[in-house]
Write a protein that binds this ligand. Structure first.
Ligand code: PHE
Length: 442
């Protein structure tokens, strides 16, 4: 019964704070970690999402994400030293509340880029959001004078719900910079920059990315050498994690903040699995962070959940959040490099209930925002929501009314749910959906 009271309270808060279907109420504000934020027409962060802040799974002893984090940090600490000290510094406790400048502008992400959409991010207001990637901290750390660093933490993205997607996950992001003397050891004739690039007037230089091999400011030697380092360091990391026999491949990619860019895929259980994105940092970012730098840098970002799930054969991403002793004890006091295979504690049955509704006349099956719907379902249903999938869409031939049908899969990770209990939660969700969107349940 405790489950339901909690949900009712959350539901009331959500519905009073966010009016999903009509214009926002007059000025309201939200408290997050003791800080007050004014809400506006961009506010879409929910109390449920706010509740994940500060959980810091990547720092919890016994959590698989923390084990993978330590293995990655150790690899960088031991592989790269400067005068006997680790060359990389590690930032694993930066606040996940960032500005749109940090998350997008500083990284040259265009104002109309789809990754800025309200349907993809958790905005606190127009200028502030829960970071969508750890790269959000890259510019500020460069500006503070750092050259080689790792940024590790929780990131927030609105997404569908299934066994491999959760709206909060964890990333390790990195930058490694090289000065001319470090990059071209014993080859003083070689240069990082083309003669046409004037370091004194770096702000005025128009850096082109038309050449697929390099940015126009860089020499081919510098770009290729840096690409070689980037790729060998990341393949090295993958082998340390998965063993020498792991099959890998590079795929060309595009990120606004790197050029050229790649993704690394590993062959895992008969599928190519994308594990990281990387590239050569756009020179404009380095220039904006401090004009006297004269370095070339690579950057990468990898997802800890993907790696931990593959390494330890963890079948459901929600297990990372489990406090159940059956899960936690399997990762307790383990040797970091030990081969661990997760043994399912027991898998409790799923329960699937469908929800069909007619949309009000101002919404169509194409304009209905499914990510809003997923958040609402999760806010009311909590962690027993395993999956929400669109089952059917339909336009009535006569009335022209639009109808949607979603399947909601319920499963508790630690016990069997009764059908009555699921029906009760399902009803609560129906009620919230009716209130939020003015739909008519079929
Ligand atoms: N920030 C990118 C992501 O979240 C990953 C990335 C980091 C790519 C750094 C290139 C360089 O997908």
């Amino acid at each position: 019964m405790k489950l339901f009271t909690r949900q009712n309270r959350i539901l009331t808060t959500i519905l009073s704070k966010y009016n999903f279907s009509t214009a926002p109420k007059s000025v309201s504000s939200i408290q997050i970690k003791g800080q007050n934020f004014i809400c506006d027409d961009y506010t879409n962060v929910t109390p449920k999402m706010i509740s994940y802040l500060g959980r810091n799974l990547h720092l919890q002893k016994n959590n698989p994400l923390s084990i993978v984090r330590q293995r990655i940090v150790n690899y960088f600490y031991s592989s790269f030293t400067k005068r006997g000290h680790p060359a990389f510094s590690v930032y694993d406790n930066l606040s996940p509340i960032v500005t749109t400048k940090q998350n997008f502008d500083d990284l040259l992400i265009p104002t109309d880029h789809p990754s800025r959409a309200k349907s993809d991010c958790y905005y606190i207001n127009r200028g502030t959001l829960l970071r969508a990637h750890m790269t959000a901290h890259q510019s500020e750390l460069l500006r503070s004078g750092l050259d080689n660093f790792l940024m590790i933490g929780d990131v927030y993205r609105r997404d569908e719900i299934d066994s491999t997607h959760f709206p909060v996950f964890h990333q390790v992001d990195a930058v490694r910079s090289q000065r001319k003397e470090e990059l071209f050891i014993g080859k003083p004739d070689l240069e990082i920059f083309e003669p046409s690039y004037d370091q004194e007037n770096a702000h005025a230089y128009v850096n082109s990315i038309d050449d697929p091999m390099k940015q126009s400011c860089h020499t081919l030697e510098a770009a290729k050498l840096m690409e070689g380092q980037l790729k060998s360091h990341l393949i090295g990391l993958t082998k340390v994690l998965f063993g020498d026999d792991i099959k890998c491949r590079w795929v060309d990619a595009y990120f606004p903040f790197t050029h050229p860019s790649w993704e690394l895929e590993i062959y895992y259980e008969n599928n190519w699995l994308e594990v990281l994105g990387c590239g050569i940092v756009r020179n404009e970012i380095l220039v904006n962070a401090g004009p006297s730098r004269n370095t070339i840098a690579y950057a990468f970002g990898l997802g800890l959940e993907r790696l931990a799930m593959a390494l330890y054969k963890i079948p459901d991403i929600r297990l990372m959040w489990s406090t159940d002793s059956g899960f936690v004890t399997q990762f307790e006091n383990v040797d970091l490099n030990e081969d661990i295979t997760y043994k399912p504690v027991s898998s409790y049955p799923q329960c699937t209930n469908d929800m069909s509704f007619w949309l009000p006349s101002h919404l169509t099956i194409d304009t209905f925002m499914s990510n809003d719907f997923y958040d609402l379902v999760r806010d009311v249903g909590g962690d027993i929501i395993e999956q929400v999938k669109l089952k059917d869409k339909f336009v009535h031939p006569k009335s022209k009314k639009h109808s949607l049908c979603y399947s909601i899969v319920y499963r508790h990770l630690e016990r069997t749910l009764t059908q009555a209990e699921v029906n009760q939660v399902h009803k609560e969700i129906e009620k919230a959906v009716v209130d939020a969107y003015n739909v008519v349940i079929r």
